[in-house]
Design a protein around this ligand. Structure first.
Ligand code: NAD
Length: 338
């Protein structure tokens, strides 16, 4: 691949990364996916190539962000990389409490290796998958980007530490760093060919619902004990394709000055876990065996975005609503069984 303006997407085989790769290809970009395949399948490359139908192009570079030499190698092999979109990482709040050292090694140290390799290669445009977990339990909803950071989990603490490192890196190197704080991405590309298909046990709500309807789990545990009207946690669910399009807008973003720019990517509305489960049942006509479980450690009561900054400055606008997210997730699940 020798085109100018190649985009490196770490974690590009994963749930969010794969949807980002497709959006990039549809706009004609050349993409290199850097992934160790630990939580996703290589088949994603065939799916995005098929969906992009001749637009853009994609190569897969199998590597691990915890291995500095592999990071250097990808920049040497693809000297036209101009931007890095960093989606690789470990993402389970619960697992981060059990395995804090592993989470820090992959998420924080892995990102530092990537940033050092970028520095050596002279690449200064970075878009980072951060998370609304950085906010913790804020008294003020919706969450603004300026809200105090108070992560409740090791995973959230990793994201805060990475964001801090990004400020230091940008100060030293210049360039544009865009931090995208995702709220709760669900749904899938409307073709059904991509989706949230983790190799590890699902920790997020939608994969857990899908595992229950397909009989992989005997019942769905809906965590309760939160300080909300129905006792289940309230979150801001955003369609993964809208989220992926947020990355395209971030890529096009040309602020007057170099710096670190932070944006919430969320729908700006909150739904409780119980409301999502009920809406899924209504959308699909399925039944779900459910029980109430205890509140999860590290989880906040309610979290939804003030997305005004992204709407105004990135010129981003989410198109999909909750029913689209659920029907597309269901379609993706059915396609994965075929
Ligand atoms: N899905 C969510 O709900 C959510 C919410 C907020 C933020 N995020 C963040 O977005 C990013 C992507 O999340 P996702 O949902 O697509 O997760 P995912 O697990 O589907 O994708 C992560 C990808 O990274 C790869 N990977 C993991 N460790 C790696 C390593 N050491 N080296 C190279 N590749 C590695 C995996 O194989 C996978 O393809 C993560 O940083 C996550 O923290 C996700």
């Amino acid at each position: 691949m020798s085109n100018a303006d190649t985009i490196l997407v770490t974690g590009g085989l994963g749930y969010i990364g794969s949807h980002v790769v497709l959006e990039l290809m549809e706009e004609g970009h050349s993409v290199v996916v850097f992934d160790n395949g630990s939580n996703a399948s290589r088949d994603v490359i065939d799916s995005v190539s098929r969906l992009a139908a001749g637009k853009g192009r994609v190569d897969l570079f199998e590597g691990d962000i915890t291995e500095p030499a592999q990071m250097d190698k990808v920049f040497q092999e693809y000297s036209a990389i101009s931007t890095v979109i960093h989606c690789a990482g470990l993402k389970s709040v619960a697992e981060s409490e059990r395995e804090p050292d592993l989470y820090r090694a992959v998420n924080v140290t892995g990102t530092s290796h990537l940033l050092s390799a970028m520095e050596r290669a002279g690449v200064k445009h970075f878009i980072f998958s951060s998370s609304a977990t950085v906010y913790g339990n804020s008294a003020i909803l919706p969450m603004l980007e300026t809200a105090p950071l108070s992560p409740q989990s090791q995973y959230g603490k990793n994201k805060v530490e990475i964001e801090k490192n990004l400020h230091a890196w940008q100060k030293k190197n210049g360039g544009i760093v865009v931090v995208l704080r995702y709220f709760n991405p669900i749904g899938a590309h409307k073709s059904g060919l991509l989706g949230d298909r983790p190799k590890k046990e699902a920790a997020n709500l939608l994969p857990a619902i899908l595992e229950t309807v397909s009989g992989k789990r005997p019942e769905l545990t809906i965590y309760g004990g939160y300080n909300t009207p129905d006792g289940t946690g309230i979150r801001d669910y955003i369609h993964v394709v809208d989220l992926a399009r947020g990355h395209l807008q971030a890529l096009k973003y040309e602020p007057d000055n170099d710096g670190v720019y932070i944006f919430n990517l969320g729908l700006g509305k909150g739904y409780s876990t119980q409301q999502v489960v009920d809406a899924f049942i209504q959308e699909t006509g399925l039944t779900i065996k459910q029980r109430r479980g205890q509140r999860r450690e590290g989880d906040v009561d309610a979290c939804y975005a003030d997305n005004t900054r992204a709407l105004q400055q990135l010129n981003w606008k989410p198109e999909y609503q909750l029913n689209d997210m659920l029907s597309h997730a269901w379609l993706s699940h059915k396609s994965s069984l075929m």
